[in-house]
Design a protein around this ligand. Structure first.
Ligand code: 8YV
Length: 311
């Protein structure tokens, strides 16, 4: 008998095939699998889920034999880590393997915003080229980049931005020793000293809405906000107001509150490039993330500590 596991959201077919080979996989996202899932709840011993989706405490309580929650991502904001630990459940993530792709996505959004890539695409397709003018973009070279949250991904973003000739500064909650970039005293001080502000801080209770109306005002009417962290770290009311009234110049956004049903106000926000949470979404990285999910679940069933346990 293959052990029962729960798959909360879709993973790439290659990874799902590997899961199916070793386990009886109950898919939470498949409405047709609901009855079988209900019947299997007492037997489920492992969960695989996404960073943006996690697993609620309500669900954890439905699974008495649960021993591991394998997050296919690095964000732990959607799993209550102490709650899981108190039930002897290991929570694992996929550190390291997605750093470069998420940083690349931030760069793509920054250049997309500075150079009007999405607007240009729509302009060409609409046959407007030659009929009306197209706005000049802005060069990243010589611009001040503020990185809000200087972890692994923040550093990878900064290294890339240096190649574009940007001047880097950052704010981080705890001091960062291994950098020569300038540290700013607060998110507002960072925004005041930045032309582009990239948010890549871990989401938790302390960082909720850390980018608020004051930070956006400090960024200013030419400033560009890039969010590759989580929707919860930006006050979306303040952001939408700032985009619409010109308090900031534009934004490149990969993450939102209530994904995938984001606020429709984003659809009409000016000078804004939107991506559907694609930071780690490359074939190469999703294979590497999948391998870690598989290894963590396999370790649990082998009676070993899952290798990338975080709680
Ligand atoms: C993934 C993420 O898109 O790492 C994270 O926390 O949010 C992303 O890498 C997600 O985990 C896949 O659902």
């Amino acid at each position: 008998m293959k052990p029962d596991i729960l798959l909360v959201e879709k993973m790439m077919p290659y990874v799902e095939e590997r899961l199916d080979a070793d386990y009886t996989v109950h898919r939470m996202y498949d409405p047709e699998a609901k009855a079988a899932l209900e019947a299997a709840l007492p037997n489920i011993r492992a969960v695989a889920t996404g960073g943006g989706t996690g697993l609620s405490n309500e669900w954890i309580e439905k699974l008495p034999l649960l021993g591991v929650i394998a997050i296919n991502g690095v964000g732990t904001d959607k799993v209550d880590l102490p709650f899981a630990r108190a039930r002897n459940i290991d929570v694992t993530t996929t550190p390291g393997v997605l750093t470069d792709d998420v940083a690349d996505m931030g760069i793509a959004l920054m250049l997309g915003s500075l150079r009007h890539i999405a607007k240009g695409d729509a302009f060409v397709r609409a046959g407007q080229w030659g009929k009306e003018g197209f706005p000049l973009g802005n060069s990243p070279k010589g611009k001040r980049l503020g990185i809000l949250g200087l972890g692994q991904i923040g550093k990878a973003f900064g290294r890339r931005a240096e190649v574009f000739g940007m001047d880097i500064r950052f704010w981080n909650r705890s001091p960062v020793k291994d950098t020569s970039w300038k540290a700013c005293a607060s998110p507002v001080a960072l925004a005041e000293d930045s032309d582009v502000l990239c948010v890549i801080v871990a989401a938790n209770a302390e960082t909720q809405n850390i980018v608020d109306a004051d930070v956006l005002k400090a960024l200013g009417p030419k400033g560009i906000l890039i969010n590759i962290a989580r929707g919860s770290v930006v006050d979306e009311d303040a952001l939408l107001a700032a985009l619409n009234d010109g308090t900031i110049g534009g934004a490149g956004i990969d993450v939102y509150l209530n994904e995938p049903r984001i606020r429709e106000d984003f659809f009409t926000a000016p000078n804004t490039v939107l991506a559907p949470h694609q930071g780690s979404a490359t074939v190469e990285t999703r294979v590497a993330m999948g391998e870690l999910v598989l290894a963590n679940i396999a370790a649990h069933f082998a009676g070993e500590k899952p290798p990338t346990t975080v709680n």
